[in-house]
Design a protein around this ligand. Structure first.
Ligand code: BG6
Length: 485
C-alpha cells in the first residue's frame, strides 16, 4: 500500500536551537524525509537560528552531515538532499539580546505559514516568545512549537504557560509529546473508535486490568545531569505514559477534533486518584561489566533519582472504577519494548471442564515499538482429534506487514507532528490545562518521596527491574507481561 501524502501550503519554519541535538537527530532529518515523500512545497523555507556565528552554507553542511548520520542509507537520494538543502537558511541569534532579530524578521514572509520551533532550554522560551511577538515577527496566525520538559512541577508549568500566553493564544501553541506522534499511539484511537468490536467491552465490567510498559535498554549516560533532576516519573510518566493512559481510558470524543479529544483526555487525568506510596516501586540500575551504573552516569554518587518506576493507579469514574492500571517504565532493562496490554475478564461461566485445556483470559496487546502492531489472544479448540481441548492463540497483526511494502518504514513521530503544525492541527499536541493537570497528579507523589527521603531500589541492568515491582502485581494475583522484543 502506497502511503498517502496530504499536501501542505508553503511555509517558513524557524528552528531555534538548530545546531542542537534534537534538531540534528530528529527535526531536520524528519523534514528531509518529508521532502523525499514530496510533501514539502516548493518555495518553503527552513531557517535555522542558534547562537553560533556561521553562514547559511556552513549550516547546510551541518545538516548534510545530520542527514547522512540519522537517515537510513536507503532513503538518501542525492537529488532530494540537494532540494532540501536549498530550502535552508540560517540566522545567528541572541535569544536574550538584540542580535539577529532584524535579520530574522526580514527572512520570515508574512504571506506564508509561519511556525517557530523552540528546540532550546525552557529558560529561553519567554525571551524568544517575547521577541517574536514584540518585534512583529510572529503574527496572530503564527504557530510556536515547544518541547518537553514542560515544567518540572505544577508551579513551573503554570509559569511557563503564563509566559507563553502573554504573547501567543493557546490555539497557536503546540506542546510536543512525541509519543502522540507514534503511529500505533494514534492507532489506539482508530482501534477504539472506528470499530464496534471493543467499545462495549471497554470498561471495568469486562476489563480486568491494563498494563502499560515502556522499557528501554539504554541508560542515562551523556544526559545524566538533565536526568538526575528529572527521573522516570518526570521524564516518562507525567507525559508519555499519562498520554497513553488517557487514550486508553478516555470517553469517545464527539468528533476527531483537537479540543474534543483534549477535553476527554483532560477528564481522565482529573479522574486519576492519588497513588499510595504502597503502590509505587522506584528503581535505580546497577552497573554491569563495562556499563556504568546509574550513580556513575548521573555523576552524583548519592543520587536518589529513579531510573525505573512501576505503579498502580485508578481512574475513578463510572467506566473504570474497579479496573487497575499498572504502569512501568525504566532504563537499562532487558529489551526495548513499549506496549499496552488490556487483559479482559474470564467469561462468567465456563461450559468446558478445567481439565479440557489451558484456560487463559483474552488479552489485547498493542505494540508501540518495535514491530508496531496488535495481537489479540483468543481461546480456540486445539486442532485434531481427542476431544474438546482449548488452547490460546494469538491473532497477530504487524502493521508493517499488513500495510506497508516490505520493510516499509513507519513515519517518525516528529515528521508527523511537524506537518500537523504546518497544517494547523493541534489534536496530537498537549493543551496547557492537560499539562497542568498531569503535574497536579504527579507533584504529591514526588513530594512524598522527597519528604520521606525515599531511596530507589537497585536493580541489575538487563533485567525486568526491581523485585518489588513483581510483588506489586503478585499481591493482586496478577503478573507483569514479560519484557522482550
Ligand atoms: C524522551 C525521554 O522523552 O523519550 C527519554 O526524555 C526517553 O528519556 C525517550 O529515552 C523515549 O522515546 P522513544 O521514542 O525512544 O521511546
Amino acid at each position: 500500500m502506497v502511503s498517502r501524502v496530504i499536501p501542505v501550503d508553503r511555509f517558513d519554519l524557524v528552528i531555534f536551537g538548530a545546531t542542537g541535538d534534537l534538531a540534528n537527530r530528529k527535526i531536520l532529518p524528519g523534514l528531509y524525509r518529508r521532502v523525499l515523500a514530496g510533501q514539502i512545497p516548493e518555495g518553503s523555507q527552513i531557517i535555522g537560528a542558534a547562537r553560533s556565528e556561521m553562514d547559511a552554507e556552513a549550516f547546510r553542511e551541518q545538516v548534510r552531515g545530520a542527514i547522512h548520520e540519522h537517515v537510513s542509507p536507503a532513503k538518501i537520494e542525492p537529488e532530494a538532499v540537494e532540494q532540501f538543502l536549498t530550502m535552508l537558511d540560517y540566522v545567528a541569534i541572541d535569544a536574550k539580546g538584540d542580535g539577529g532579530w532584524d535579520e530574522l524578521k526580514a527572512k520570515v514572509r508574512p504571506d506564508a505559514i509561519n511556525a517557530f520551533y523552540f528546540s532550546v532550554a525552557p529558560a529561553l522560551f519567554g525571551d524568544i516568545a517575547e521577541r517574536l511577538h514584540m518585534r512583529g515577527i510572529a503574527g496572530p496566525e503564527a504557530r510556536i512549537v515547544v518541547e518537553k520538559p514542560f515544567g518540572r512541577d505544577l508551579a513551573s508549568a503554570r509559569a511557563l504557560n503564563a509566559t507563553l500566553a502573554a504573547h501567543f493564544d493557546e490555539t497557536q501553541i503546540y506542546r510536543i509529546d512525541h509519543y502522540l506522534g507514534k503511529e500505533t499511539v494514534q492507532n489506539l484511537m482508530a482501534v477504539r473508535f472506528a470499530n464496534i468490536l471493543f467499545e462495549p467491552l471497554w470498561n471495568a465490567q469486562f476489563v480486568d486490568h491494563v498494563q502499560i510498559t515502556v522499557a528501554e535498554t539504554v541508560g542515562v549516560g551523556g544526559r545524566g545531569s538533565y536526568y538526575d533532576k528529572s527521573g522516570a516519573m518526570r521524564d516518562m510518566v507525567q507525559n508519555h505514559m499519562m498520554q497513553l493512559l488517557c487514550l486508553i481510558a478516555m470517553e469517545p470524543p464527539y468528533h476527531f477534533d483537537p479540543d474534543a479529544v483534549r477535553d476527554e483526555k483532560l477528564k481522565v487525568i482529573r479522574a486519576l486518584q492519588s497513588v499510595s506510596p504502597h503502590d509505587i516501586v522506584r528503581g535505580q540500575y546497577l552497573g554491569k561489566g563495562e556499563d556504568a551504573g546509574y550513580l556513575e552516569d548521573s555523576e552524583d554518587p548519592d543520587s536518589k533519582t529513579e531510573s525505573y518506576i512501576a505503579l498502580k493507579c485508578h481512574v475513578a469514574n463510572w467506566r473504570w472504577t474497579g479496573t487497575p492500571f499498572y504502569l512501568r517504565t525504566g532504563k537499562r532493562l532487558r529489551a526495548r519494548t513499549s506496549e499496552i496490554a488490556i487483559t479482559f475478564k474470564e467469561p462468567p461461566h465456563s461450559i468446558f471442564d478445567e481439565a479440557e485445556g489451558d484456560w487463559r483470559e483474552n488479552v489485547l496487546v498493542i505494540r508501540l515499538q518495535p514491530n508496531e502492531g496488535m495481537n489479540l489472544k483468543m481461546m480456540i479448540k486445539e486442532p485434531g482429534p481427542g476431544g474438546m481441548r482449548l488452547v490460546q492463540v494469538p491473532l497477530d497483526m504487524s502493521f508493517a506487514e499488513a500495510l506497508g511494502e516490505d520493510g516499509a518504514e513507519i513515519t517518525d513521530a516528529y515528521e508527523r507532528l511537524i506537518m500537523d503544525v504546518i497544517r494547523g492541527n493541534q489534536t496530537l499536541f498537549m493543551r496547557g490545562d492537560e499539562v497542568e493537570a498531569a503535574w497536579a497528579w504527579t507533584d504529591p507523589i514526588i513530594e512524598g518521596w522527597e519528604a520521606r527521603g525515599d531511596r530507589p531500589q537497585p536493580y541489575d541492568s538487563g533485567t525486568s527491574g526491581p523485585d518489588d515491582a513483581l510483588m506489586l502485581m503478585h499481591r493482586d494475583g496478577r503478573r507483569w507481561r514479560e519484557i522482550r522484543e
